[in-house]
Design a binder for this molecule. Structure first.
Ligand code: GLY
Length: 377
């Protein structure tokens, strides 16, 4: 990617720091699937929480590092996590729209790099299960199965835009256009019901599961209805440009640009991203993962727009990543995490903590800038 001399120097130094730290982290955590860290050390979701939606990000980091360094250690860690994830295929209740996050970054990444037939099999199985969530009349992918005593039959969420690339991959891999029709059908519904006039996006939308008509929105993981949860804005920004990449539909590119422009207009002066752009001013909860994911989306978007906008999006992404590097990265090799202050949501209790997807997108962003990423989406 075209960057200035100073920016390139910073990218090279930061990737060097990532390489040094991640090797120690991978050695210490070879058999785990981490989610967060306590007292600096990663926890492990590979046993009791194997179905959790974030379990692809660790193998995703390991594949990115393997692509960068060709160190066998990373391949081993990634493959072990991928094999452990097989248990999820047998748990109906915990199979949901997040098959993309789980299997694009594990099995599909493996297949892209090694052409392993078992990994291809896992990727296609995951895609088939995701396709099975499609409501053909309402034209949306149902987010989850029943939980909390409610059926949630008509619920869809913006995060799903990041899962559609699993369907695009299956379409490209099998040449079966059903995968494209389903991804594109959901994408068009998301354009209609998630993107607001000001370029912000809703988090959760309930549709009538029989007719597909709009019922209502929910604040979801954000501050409230009508607010803008920052990780959701990043999912939309990045997700729509990915749908453009796979379909060539300009409407997706336009949506991604509108969300990006809204995001840019709301970044606080210090470059630190809150949990929700509409949260109370005195609230100190942040979300480094939203900053890192938005940066990746902006970098992808910058490749598809004219020069002036390209510079704007690329430089903003670099500013976000440099702010994280300077203010929010734990570079000590004695700790496992990179980003210090991610938040699960606004109303819950997990704020300003390390979370694995924050680290994943930080690494992806740096590798994008250096043209060294393994493209996962
Ligand atoms: N996909 C759920 C989240 O972003 O927390």
């Amino acid at each position: 990617m075209r960057v200035t001399k100073e920016q390139k120097a910073w990218v090279d130094i930061t990737i060097g720091k990532i390489e040094e730290k991640m090797f120690c982290v991978a050695e210490r955590n070879l058999h785990k699937i981490p989610y967060t860290a306590k007292d600096g050390m990663f926890n492990d979701y590979s046993e009791s929480k194997i179905c959790w939606w974030t379990n692809g990000f660790w193998p995703g980091i390991m594949w990115q590092m393997y692509q960068l360094t060709k160190e066998e250690l990373y391949r081993k860690a990634a493959r072990e996590a991928e094999e452990k994830l097989d248990r999820n295929f047998l748990v109906y209740q915990k199979l949901d729209h997040d098959n993309g996050f789980k299997w694009l970054l594990s099995a599909v990444a493996d297949y892209r790099l090694t052409k392993d037939p078992d990994s291809r099999n896992r990727g296609l199985l995951a895609a088939q299960l995701l396709a099975g969530r499609y409501n053909p009349e309402g034209r949306f992918l149902r987010a989850w199965n029943e939980w909390g005593g409610q059926r949630h039959t008509g619920w869809a969420i913006i995060d799903c835009m990041m899962n559609l690339p699993l369907l695009y991959w299956a379409w490209e891999e099998t040449e079966d256009p059903r995968y494209l029709h389903i991804a594109d059908g959901h994408g068009k519904t998301a354009l209609k019901y998630f993107v607001r006039g000001d370029g912000s996006v809703r988090h959760m939308v309930e549709l009538d599961p029989v007719t597909g008509d709009f019922v209502r929105e929910y604040g979801g993981q954000g501050y409230g209805e009508g607010s803008s949860w920052t990780r959701g804005q990043a999912w939309g920004l990045y997700g729509f440009v990915l749908s453009y990449l796979h379909t060539g539909n300009q409407e997706y590119l336009h949506a991604s640009r509108r969300i990006a422009n809204y995001f840019l207009a709301n970044i606080p002066r210090d470059g630190i991203i809150p949990v929700d752009f509409r949260q109370p001013e005195e609230c100190e909860w942040e979300d480094d993962s939203a900053a890192a994911c938005a940066a990746c989306g902006l970098l992808e978007l910058s490749k598809h727009v004219e020069e002036a906008d390209c510079r704007l999006y690329r430089n903003t992404a670099i500013w976000l990543l440099q702010t994280l590097d300077r203010e929010r990265c734990g570079w000590s090799k004695k700790t496992d995490y990179l980003l210090e202050r991610c938040s699960v949501d606004y109303h819950g209790s997990d704020h300003n903590i390390p979370i694995i997807y924050g680290d994943y997108f930080f690494i992806e962003g740096l590798l994008k800038l250096a043209d060294k990423e393994l493209f996962m989406w």
